[in-house]
Design a protein around this ligand. Sequence first.
Ligand SMILES: Cc1ncc(C[n+]2csc(CCOP(=O)(O)OP(=O)(O)O)c2C)c(N)n1
Ligand SMILES: [Mg+2]
Length: 287
Amino acid sequence: MRTQDYAFPGYREHGVAWCKGVDPINLLGMYRGVNHGGWDSNENNFHLYTIVIGNQMLHATGYAMGIQRDGDVGTGDPDRDTAAMAFTGDGGTAQGDYNEALVFAAVTQAPVVFYVQNNHWAISEPNDRQFTIPPYRRADGFGLPGVRVDGNDVIACLAVSKAALDRARGGDGPTLIEAFTYRMGAHTSSDDPTKYRINEEVDLWRAKDPIDRMRKHLLERGVIDDEWIAGIDAEASDLAAKLRRSCQQMPNPPHEEMFAHAYAEPHPLIEREAAEFAAYQAGFDDD
Ligand SMILES: Cc1ncc(C[n+]2csc(CCOP(=O)(O)OP(=O)(O)O)c2C)c(N)n1
Ligand SMILES: [Mg+2]
């Protein structure tokens, strides 16, 4: 994605955030629960995490229709032509919002790329509970090209994403990418995948680990060596330690802040609730 391109993430797009220049600590406040995830999305053209499954597909399509109406598409100027890119999961494809977004994107030929991470599971629900025809083939019925890519092949993912973004910026319309991958871990810390899937399936995918594959690919071609890898590993450990520390040190927000961003303007209902809550808190003897 170029600087001017706008990303519309779900909740798994930490890598996209990193590439767009978002400080990971901004994302972690929401996961620790000290804020509602409100970073300035215009700073890095990285929209807020969207937990309502599939909703970001509509946001991206609407934004892309805006780009089109501003004339920032198909001019041939690499600093001006702009695309939107939205990310969702296999489960997301069953949502109404997802399907509405594809209809609008196709009929308006909006400069948007849909990136479906098919990790085979929507919490405990497998692919065959989400669709009978895979997402990349369903794209055809909406009227936009669909492509399935090996989602564990970094270089292939980069190639199809670049091509789709170029197409969008060039004014040739939307593309749907289905990245065929697997969710190695649990859905969340409250999920136990051993209750609904077999270990053999997980082992099969472990052998296709995208980081291992990339490492081997670069080593074999002599692009990198063990020393370089050790350096990257050390850098990653340092970053992880720094993030854990920053996360633990995040101050707890004042209670009244949870009412602060519900509406842009003052709102009588929110003011009443905030006052009631303040009175309730004042009823305690200690902090
Ligand atoms: C509209 C809506 N319905 C239900 C949920 C609860 N929920 C959270 S994650 C999830 C599964 C999503 O699966 P998928 O789209 O495949 O994404 P993945 O987590 O596998 O990347 C569900 C049902 C939600 N967040 N929003
Ligand atoms: Mg999934």
